[in-house]
Design a protein around this ligand. Structure first.
Ligand code: FAD
Length: 398
Protein backbone atom coordinates (compact mmCIF):
# COMPACT_ATOMS: atom_id res chain seq x y z
CA UNK A 1 0.00 0.00 0.00
CA UNK A 2 1.50 3.33 -1.04
CA UNK A 3 1.22 6.14 1.46
CA UNK A 4 0.39 9.57 0.16
CA UNK A 5 1.85 11.51 3.04
CA UNK A 6 5.16 11.13 4.89
CA UNK A 7 7.41 13.14 7.18
CA UNK A 8 10.45 12.45 5.00
CA UNK A 9 10.58 11.24 1.39
CA UNK A 10 13.95 9.99 0.17
CA UNK A 11 14.51 9.49 -3.56
CA UNK A 12 16.94 6.58 -4.06
CA UNK A 13 17.54 3.51 -1.90
CA UNK A 14 21.25 3.10 -2.55
CA UNK A 15 23.67 3.15 0.37
CA UNK A 16 23.22 6.92 0.78
CA UNK A 17 19.40 6.82 0.97
CA UNK A 18 19.36 3.76 3.26
CA UNK A 19 21.92 5.08 5.75
CA UNK A 20 20.21 8.49 5.82
CA UNK A 21 16.90 6.81 6.67
CA UNK A 22 18.63 4.78 9.40
CA UNK A 23 20.25 7.89 10.88
CA UNK A 24 17.00 9.88 10.81
CA UNK A 25 15.22 7.06 12.66
CA UNK A 26 17.99 6.93 15.27
CA UNK A 27 17.35 10.66 15.84
CA UNK A 28 13.60 10.33 16.22
CA UNK A 29 12.02 10.19 12.74
CA UNK A 30 9.21 7.66 12.47
CA UNK A 31 7.60 8.16 9.07
CA UNK A 32 9.98 7.82 6.13
CA UNK A 33 9.27 6.72 2.57
CA UNK A 34 12.11 5.71 0.25
CA UNK A 35 11.42 5.71 -3.48
CA UNK A 36 13.48 3.26 -5.52
CA UNK A 37 12.84 3.05 -9.25
CA UNK A 38 14.33 -0.47 -9.53
CA UNK A 39 12.53 -3.59 -8.31
CA UNK A 40 15.66 -4.79 -6.46
CA UNK A 41 18.20 -2.83 -4.40
CA UNK A 42 21.84 -2.58 -5.50
CA UNK A 43 21.26 -2.35 -9.25
CA UNK A 44 23.58 0.67 -9.54
CA UNK A 45 26.75 2.03 -7.85
CA UNK A 46 25.99 0.68 -4.36
CA UNK A 47 25.70 -2.88 -5.65
CA UNK A 48 28.41 -2.65 -8.31
CA UNK A 49 31.43 -1.28 -6.47
CA UNK A 50 34.71 -2.82 -5.30
CA UNK A 51 33.50 -3.24 -1.72
CA UNK A 52 36.62 -1.61 -0.31
CA UNK A 53 36.24 0.20 3.00
CA UNK A 54 38.76 2.92 2.36
CA UNK A 55 40.75 4.61 5.12
CA UNK A 56 40.52 8.15 3.73
CA UNK A 57 44.19 8.44 2.88
CA UNK A 58 44.17 10.45 -0.34
CA UNK A 59 42.03 13.45 0.42
CA UNK A 60 42.96 16.99 1.48
CA UNK A 61 42.35 17.39 5.23
CA UNK A 62 39.63 20.03 4.87
CA UNK A 63 37.45 17.90 2.58
CA UNK A 64 34.29 16.06 3.61
CA UNK A 65 35.83 12.90 2.22
CA UNK A 66 38.76 13.21 4.64
CA UNK A 67 36.50 14.03 7.58
CA UNK A 68 33.99 11.24 6.99
CA UNK A 69 35.79 8.33 5.35
CA UNK A 70 37.64 6.83 8.30
CA UNK A 71 34.71 7.23 10.69
CA UNK A 72 32.47 5.66 8.05
CA UNK A 73 34.94 2.79 7.71
CA UNK A 74 34.84 2.19 11.48
CA UNK A 75 31.03 2.39 11.68
CA UNK A 76 30.42 0.10 8.70
CA UNK A 77 32.98 -2.46 9.90
CA UNK A 78 31.29 -2.50 13.32
CA UNK A 79 27.87 -2.88 11.65
CA UNK A 80 29.09 -5.84 9.59
CA UNK A 81 30.63 -7.53 12.61
CA UNK A 82 27.56 -6.97 14.79
CA UNK A 83 25.36 -8.51 12.11
CA UNK A 84 27.59 -11.39 11.02
CA UNK A 85 28.27 -9.92 7.56
CA UNK A 86 31.64 -10.65 5.91
CA UNK A 87 34.57 -8.26 6.51
CA UNK A 88 38.12 -8.96 5.34
CA UNK A 89 40.57 -6.95 7.40
CA UNK A 90 43.84 -7.30 5.60
CA UNK A 91 44.72 -3.65 5.07
CA UNK A 92 46.20 -2.34 1.86
CA UNK A 93 49.58 -1.63 0.37
CA UNK A 94 50.35 1.18 -2.04
CA UNK A 95 53.37 0.40 -4.18
CA UNK A 96 55.69 2.52 -6.33
CA UNK A 97 56.40 1.61 -9.94
CA UNK A 98 59.65 3.58 -10.04
CA UNK A 99 61.90 5.98 -8.11
CA UNK A 100 59.81 8.92 -9.33
CA UNK A 101 56.78 7.64 -7.38
CA UNK A 102 58.52 7.51 -4.01
CA UNK A 103 57.68 11.12 -3.32
CA UNK A 104 54.02 10.28 -4.07
CA UNK A 105 54.20 7.45 -1.53
CA UNK A 106 55.44 9.80 1.15
CA UNK A 107 52.74 12.33 0.32
CA UNK A 108 50.05 9.64 0.62
CA UNK A 109 51.45 8.41 3.91
CA UNK A 110 51.52 11.97 5.30
CA UNK A 111 47.92 12.62 4.19
CA UNK A 112 46.84 9.26 5.63
CA UNK A 113 48.29 10.03 9.04
CA UNK A 114 46.91 13.60 8.97
CA UNK A 115 43.46 12.15 8.26
CA UNK A 116 43.72 9.80 11.26
CA UNK A 117 44.48 6.52 9.47
CA UNK A 118 47.08 4.07 10.72
CA UNK A 119 49.64 4.04 7.94
CA UNK A 120 53.37 3.66 7.65
CA UNK A 121 56.17 3.49 5.12
CA UNK A 122 57.47 -0.08 4.94
CA UNK A 123 60.51 -1.60 3.25
CA UNK A 124 60.52 -4.38 0.68
CA UNK A 125 61.12 -7.04 3.34
CA UNK A 126 57.99 -6.08 5.31
CA UNK A 127 56.04 -5.81 2.06
CA UNK A 128 57.09 -9.37 1.21
CA UNK A 129 55.66 -10.56 4.56
CA UNK A 130 52.35 -8.82 3.91
CA UNK A 131 52.00 -9.37 0.16
CA UNK A 132 54.68 -11.80 -1.06
CA UNK A 133 53.91 -11.13 -4.74
CA UNK A 134 53.62 -7.34 -4.61
CA UNK A 135 56.25 -5.45 -6.57
CA UNK A 136 57.59 -2.05 -5.52
CA UNK A 137 60.58 0.22 -5.83
CA UNK A 138 62.34 0.25 -2.40
CA UNK A 139 59.38 1.30 -0.23
CA UNK A 140 55.60 0.99 0.01
CA UNK A 141 52.83 2.39 2.20
CA UNK A 142 50.93 -0.03 4.44
CA UNK A 143 47.48 1.16 5.49
CA UNK A 144 46.05 -0.90 8.33
CA UNK A 145 42.43 0.32 8.32
CA UNK A 146 41.43 -0.71 4.79
CA UNK A 147 38.98 -3.62 4.71
CA UNK A 148 36.72 -5.36 2.21
CA UNK A 149 33.01 -6.03 2.59
CA UNK A 150 30.18 -7.45 0.51
CA UNK A 151 28.12 -4.38 -0.50
CA UNK A 152 25.00 -6.32 -1.50
CA UNK A 153 24.67 -8.04 1.90
CA UNK A 154 24.97 -4.64 3.60
CA UNK A 155 22.19 -3.15 1.45
CA UNK A 156 19.97 -6.14 2.18
CA UNK A 157 20.55 -5.95 5.94
CA UNK A 158 20.07 -2.17 6.10
CA UNK A 159 16.80 -2.40 4.19
CA UNK A 160 15.48 -5.20 6.37
CA UNK A 161 16.42 -3.20 9.52
CA UNK A 162 14.46 -0.24 8.17
CA UNK A 163 11.41 -2.31 7.32
CA UNK A 164 11.50 -4.09 10.69
CA UNK A 165 11.65 -0.78 12.53
CA UNK A 166 8.16 -0.04 11.21
CA UNK A 167 9.30 3.54 10.71
CA UNK A 168 10.29 3.39 7.05
CA UNK A 169 8.74 2.02 3.90
CA UNK A 170 10.87 1.19 0.85
CA UNK A 171 8.81 1.49 -2.31
CA UNK A 172 10.68 -0.48 -4.98
CA UNK A 173 9.61 -0.09 -8.60
CA UNK A 174 8.41 3.44 -7.80
CA UNK A 175 10.19 6.37 -9.46
CA UNK A 176 10.37 10.07 -8.67
CA UNK A 177 8.73 11.98 -11.51
CA UNK A 178 8.89 15.58 -10.33
CA UNK A 179 7.84 18.03 -7.65
CA UNK A 180 4.48 19.72 -7.47
CA UNK A 181 4.18 22.87 -5.40
CA UNK A 182 6.63 23.05 -2.52
CA UNK A 183 5.73 19.88 -0.62
CA UNK A 184 4.46 17.19 -2.96
CA UNK A 185 6.54 14.69 -4.88
CA UNK A 186 5.09 13.13 -8.02
CA UNK A 187 5.88 9.44 -8.42
CA UNK A 188 5.01 6.82 -11.01
CA UNK A 189 2.43 5.60 -8.45
CA UNK A 190 0.87 8.93 -7.53
CA UNK A 191 1.72 11.97 -5.38
CA UNK A 192 3.21 11.89 -1.86
CA UNK A 193 3.20 14.93 0.43
CA UNK A 194 6.32 15.49 2.54
CA UNK A 195 7.78 17.75 5.19
CA UNK A 196 11.34 17.05 4.04
CA UNK A 197 12.50 15.70 0.70
CA UNK A 198 15.96 14.17 0.26
CA UNK A 199 17.44 13.57 -3.16
CA UNK A 200 19.81 10.57 -2.94
CA UNK A 201 19.33 9.47 -6.54
CA UNK A 202 22.99 8.70 -7.34
CA UNK A 203 23.54 8.92 -11.12
CA UNK A 204 20.27 10.85 -11.48
CA UNK A 205 20.75 13.22 -8.57
CA UNK A 206 21.47 16.19 -10.86
CA UNK A 207 18.28 15.51 -12.83
CA UNK A 208 16.20 15.24 -9.64
CA UNK A 209 17.75 18.47 -8.33
CA UNK A 210 17.04 20.24 -11.64
CA UNK A 211 13.41 19.05 -11.45
CA UNK A 212 13.25 20.81 -8.07
CA UNK A 213 14.74 23.98 -9.56
CA UNK A 214 18.12 23.51 -7.81
CA UNK A 215 21.76 22.89 -8.78
CA UNK A 216 21.34 24.15 -12.34
CA UNK A 217 25.09 24.67 -12.75
CA UNK A 218 25.88 21.02 -12.00
CA UNK A 219 25.76 18.01 -14.32
CA UNK A 220 26.81 14.41 -13.83
CA UNK A 221 29.11 12.73 -16.34
CA UNK A 222 29.15 8.92 -16.21
CA UNK A 223 32.41 6.94 -16.16
CA UNK A 224 32.34 3.21 -16.70
CA UNK A 225 34.39 0.92 -14.48
CA UNK A 226 35.10 -2.55 -15.83
CA UNK A 227 37.02 -5.25 -14.00
CA UNK A 228 39.08 -8.34 -14.75
CA UNK A 229 39.94 -11.04 -12.23
CA UNK A 230 42.75 -13.41 -11.39
CA UNK A 231 42.26 -17.02 -12.41
CA UNK A 232 41.05 -18.84 -9.26
CA UNK A 233 44.17 -21.03 -9.06
CA UNK A 234 46.35 -17.86 -9.10
CA UNK A 235 44.26 -15.87 -6.61
CA UNK A 236 46.73 -16.79 -3.85
CA UNK A 237 49.02 -14.05 -5.24
CA UNK A 238 46.96 -11.34 -3.56
CA UNK A 239 46.04 -11.44 0.12
CA UNK A 240 44.39 -8.04 0.52
CA UNK A 241 44.57 -4.86 -1.55
CA UNK A 242 47.46 -3.76 -3.77
CA UNK A 243 47.20 -0.24 -5.20
CA UNK A 244 49.44 1.95 -7.34
CA UNK A 245 50.34 5.54 -6.46
CA UNK A 246 47.45 7.51 -7.96
CA UNK A 247 47.56 10.89 -9.63
CA UNK A 248 45.94 12.81 -6.78
CA UNK A 249 44.64 15.49 -9.15
CA UNK A 250 42.27 12.94 -10.70
CA UNK A 251 39.22 11.36 -9.05
CA UNK A 252 40.18 7.73 -9.85
CA UNK A 253 42.75 5.51 -8.19
CA UNK A 254 44.20 3.47 -11.07
CA UNK A 255 43.99 -0.27 -11.72
CA UNK A 256 44.40 -2.19 -8.46
CA UNK A 257 44.02 -5.68 -7.00
CA UNK A 258 41.34 -6.39 -4.41
CA UNK A 259 40.53 -9.68 -2.72
CA UNK A 260 36.74 -9.67 -2.50
CA UNK A 261 34.69 -10.92 0.42
CA UNK A 262 34.05 -14.09 -1.63
CA UNK A 263 37.74 -14.86 -2.16
CA UNK A 264 38.04 -13.78 -5.80
CA UNK A 265 40.74 -11.29 -6.72
CA UNK A 266 39.40 -8.50 -8.91
CA UNK A 267 41.60 -6.20 -10.98
CA UNK A 268 40.31 -2.74 -11.87
CA UNK A 269 38.18 -0.78 -12.22
CA UNK A 270 38.88 1.26 -15.31
CA UNK A 271 37.30 4.72 -15.64
CA UNK A 272 36.35 5.47 -19.24
CA UNK A 273 33.63 7.92 -20.24
CA UNK A 274 30.29 6.10 -20.67
CA UNK A 275 27.45 7.27 -22.92
CA UNK A 276 24.57 6.67 -20.55
CA UNK A 277 23.99 6.89 -16.83
CA UNK A 278 23.27 3.15 -16.83
CA UNK A 279 25.32 2.23 -19.92
CA UNK A 280 26.65 -1.04 -18.50
CA UNK A 281 26.97 -3.02 -21.71
CA UNK A 282 27.61 -2.28 -25.40
CA UNK A 283 24.18 -0.95 -26.41
CA UNK A 284 22.37 -1.50 -23.12
CA UNK A 285 21.76 1.82 -21.35
CA UNK A 286 22.17 4.04 -24.42
CA UNK A 287 19.30 6.42 -25.13
CA UNK A 288 18.27 9.88 -26.23
CA UNK A 289 20.59 11.40 -23.62
CA UNK A 290 23.67 9.68 -25.08
CA UNK A 291 24.31 12.36 -27.69
CA UNK A 292 24.15 15.07 -25.05
CA UNK A 293 26.63 13.15 -22.88
CA UNK A 294 28.93 12.77 -25.91
CA UNK A 295 28.72 16.52 -26.51
CA UNK A 296 29.46 17.22 -22.82
CA UNK A 297 32.44 14.84 -22.89
CA UNK A 298 33.82 16.62 -25.94
CA UNK A 299 33.31 20.05 -24.38
CA UNK A 300 35.12 18.90 -21.24
CA UNK A 301 37.85 17.24 -23.26
CA UNK A 302 38.81 20.59 -24.74
CA UNK A 303 38.34 22.68 -21.60
CA UNK A 304 39.46 20.55 -18.66
CA UNK A 305 42.90 19.03 -18.16
CA UNK A 306 41.78 16.46 -15.56
CA UNK A 307 39.06 15.15 -17.83
CA UNK A 308 41.43 15.08 -20.80
CA UNK A 309 44.00 13.11 -18.82
CA UNK A 310 41.42 10.51 -17.77
CA UNK A 311 39.84 10.35 -21.24
CA UNK A 312 43.15 9.82 -23.02
CA UNK A 313 44.83 7.45 -20.55
CA UNK A 314 42.00 5.18 -19.41
CA UNK A 315 40.79 3.74 -22.78
CA UNK A 316 44.24 2.16 -23.21
CA UNK A 317 43.26 -0.22 -20.43
CA UNK A 318 40.89 -1.87 -22.89
CA UNK A 319 43.93 -3.08 -24.82
CA UNK A 320 44.70 -6.40 -23.06
CA UNK A 321 48.46 -5.97 -23.41
CA UNK A 322 48.35 -2.49 -21.88
CA UNK A 323 46.04 -3.60 -19.04
CA UNK A 324 48.38 -6.50 -18.37
CA UNK A 325 51.42 -4.18 -18.23
CA UNK A 326 49.61 -1.92 -15.71
CA UNK A 327 48.70 -4.92 -13.56
CA UNK A 328 52.13 -6.49 -13.87
CA UNK A 329 53.75 -3.34 -12.55
CA UNK A 330 52.08 -4.16 -9.19
CA UNK A 331 52.55 -7.94 -9.07
CA UNK A 332 55.61 -10.15 -9.57
CA UNK A 333 55.20 -13.35 -11.58
CA UNK A 334 51.94 -12.21 -13.15
CA UNK A 335 51.36 -13.86 -16.53
CA UNK A 336 48.90 -12.66 -19.13
CA UNK A 337 46.87 -15.88 -18.90
CA UNK A 338 46.45 -15.33 -15.12
CA UNK A 339 43.91 -12.61 -15.99
CA UNK A 340 40.34 -13.61 -16.79
CA UNK A 341 37.28 -11.71 -17.97
CA UNK A 342 34.92 -10.54 -15.24
CA UNK A 343 31.23 -9.73 -15.65
CA UNK A 344 31.23 -7.01 -13.04
CA UNK A 345 30.81 -3.47 -14.33
CA UNK A 346 29.82 -0.25 -12.57
CA UNK A 347 29.20 3.38 -13.47
CA UNK A 348 30.67 6.22 -11.47
CA UNK A 349 28.73 9.43 -11.97
CA UNK A 350 31.12 12.36 -11.62
CA UNK A 351 29.75 15.83 -10.90
CA UNK A 352 30.92 18.72 -13.06
CA UNK A 353 30.44 22.39 -12.27
CA UNK A 354 29.39 23.27 -15.80
CA UNK A 355 29.87 27.01 -15.41
CA UNK A 356 33.50 26.53 -14.38
CA UNK A 357 33.93 23.31 -16.42
CA UNK A 358 35.54 21.79 -13.32
CA UNK A 359 35.23 18.26 -11.90
CA UNK A 360 33.88 18.50 -8.33
CA UNK A 361 36.25 16.49 -6.15
CA UNK A 362 34.28 16.32 -2.87
CA UNK A 363 30.79 15.24 -1.76
CA UNK A 364 28.29 18.07 -2.15
CA UNK A 365 25.13 18.74 -0.12
CA UNK A 366 22.75 21.48 -1.22
CA UNK A 367 19.82 22.60 0.91
CA UNK A 368 16.93 24.37 -0.70
CA UNK A 369 14.17 25.04 1.89
CA UNK A 370 12.66 21.66 2.81
CA UNK A 371 14.59 19.84 0.06
CA UNK A 372 18.06 18.47 0.41
CA UNK A 373 20.17 17.29 -2.51
CA UNK A 374 23.06 14.87 -2.13
CA UNK A 375 25.24 15.44 -5.17
CA UNK A 376 28.51 13.77 -6.08
CA UNK A 377 28.31 10.79 -3.72
CA UNK A 378 31.41 9.42 -5.43
CA UNK A 379 33.93 6.99 -3.99
CA UNK A 380 34.45 6.65 -1.02
CA UNK A 381 30.75 7.36 -0.42
CA UNK A 382 30.02 3.67 0.23
CA UNK A 383 32.68 3.58 2.96
CA UNK A 384 31.69 6.97 4.35
CA UNK A 385 27.93 6.43 4.21
CA UNK A 386 27.13 6.06 7.93
CA UNK A 387 29.35 8.99 8.92
CA UNK A 388 28.02 11.01 5.99
CA UNK A 389 24.46 10.35 7.17
CA UNK A 390 25.38 11.60 10.68
CA UNK A 391 26.92 14.72 9.13
CA UNK A 392 23.96 15.43 6.83
CA UNK A 393 21.35 15.00 9.56
CA UNK A 394 23.27 17.01 12.16
CA UNK A 395 24.41 19.81 9.86
CA UNK A 396 21.46 20.14 7.53
CA UNK A 397 18.36 18.56 9.06
CA UNK A 398 18.45 19.22 12.80
C1 FAD B 1 33.03 0.62 -10.19
C2 FAD B 1 32.87 1.30 -8.84
C3 FAD B 1 33.74 1.02 -7.80
C4 FAD B 1 33.60 1.67 -6.56
N1 FAD B 1 34.36 1.28 -5.51
C5 FAD B 1 34.12 1.79 -4.28
C6 FAD B 1 34.79 1.30 -3.14
O1 FAD B 1 35.56 0.34 -3.22
N2 FAD B 1 34.55 1.88 -1.93
C7 FAD B 1 33.69 2.93 -1.80
O2 FAD B 1 33.55 3.44 -0.68
N3 FAD B 1 33.01 3.39 -2.85
C8 FAD B 1 33.19 2.83 -4.08
N4 FAD B 1 32.48 3.27 -5.16
C9 FAD B 1 31.54 4.38 -4.97
C10 FAD B 1 30.24 3.94 -4.33
O3 FAD B 1 29.75 2.76 -4.90
C11 FAD B 1 29.22 5.07 -4.48
O4 FAD B 1 29.84 6.25 -4.01
C12 FAD B 1 27.94 4.83 -3.69
O5 FAD B 1 27.46 3.54 -3.94
C13 FAD B 1 26.91 5.88 -4.07
O6 FAD B 1 25.70 5.53 -3.44
P1 FAD B 1 24.34 6.23 -3.83
O7 FAD B 1 23.32 5.72 -2.88
O8 FAD B 1 24.53 7.69 -3.94
O9 FAD B 1 24.06 5.78 -5.34
P2 FAD B 1 23.30 4.50 -5.96
O10 FAD B 1 23.76 3.24 -5.41
O11 FAD B 1 23.36 4.70 -7.44
O12 FAD B 1 21.81 4.70 -5.46
C14 FAD B 1 20.92 5.65 -6.02
C15 FAD B 1 19.59 4.96 -6.21
O13 FAD B 1 18.67 5.93 -6.67
C16 FAD B 1 17.76 5.28 -7.55
N5 FAD B 1 17.14 6.30 -8.39
C17 FAD B 1 17.71 7.07 -9.35
N6 FAD B 1 16.79 7.87 -9.92
C18 FAD B 1 15.61 7.61 -9.31
C19 FAD B 1 14.29 8.10 -9.48
N7 FAD B 1 13.97 9.03 -10.40
N8 FAD B 1 13.31 7.59 -8.69
C20 FAD B 1 13.58 6.63 -7.74
N9 FAD B 1 14.81 6.12 -7.57
C21 FAD B 1 15.82 6.60 -8.33
C22 FAD B 1 18.67 4.34 -8.35
O14 FAD B 1 17.94 3.29 -8.93
C23 FAD B 1 19.65 3.87 -7.27
O15 FAD B 1 19.28 2.63 -6.70
C24 FAD B 1 32.59 2.64 -6.40
C25 FAD B 1 31.70 2.91 -7.44
C26 FAD B 1 31.82 2.23 -8.64
C27 FAD B 1 30.79 2.46 -9.72
Amino acid sequence: VIKHKAEVVICGAGIVGLTLARQLISQGASDIVLLEKERELGQHASGRNSGVLHAGIYYPADSLKAKLCLRGNILLKAYCKANGLPVLEFGKVVVAKNEGEREGLREICARAVANGATAQIIDEQRLAELEPYARTCSEAVYVHNTAVVDPQTILTKLSSDLIQSGKAQILTGVAFNGIKGSRTVQTTHGPIEFETFINAAGAYSDRVAHACGAAREYRLIPFKGTYKKLRPDRAFMVRGNIYPVPDLRNPFLGVHFTRTAHGEVSIGPTAIPAFGREHYHLFDGLGPESLRILYQDMALFFSNVKFRTVATSEPWKYVPRYFFEEAKALLKDLRQDDIEACEKVGIRPQLVDWEKKELVMDFLVLKDQERLHILNAISPAFTSSMAFAEYVVNEHLS
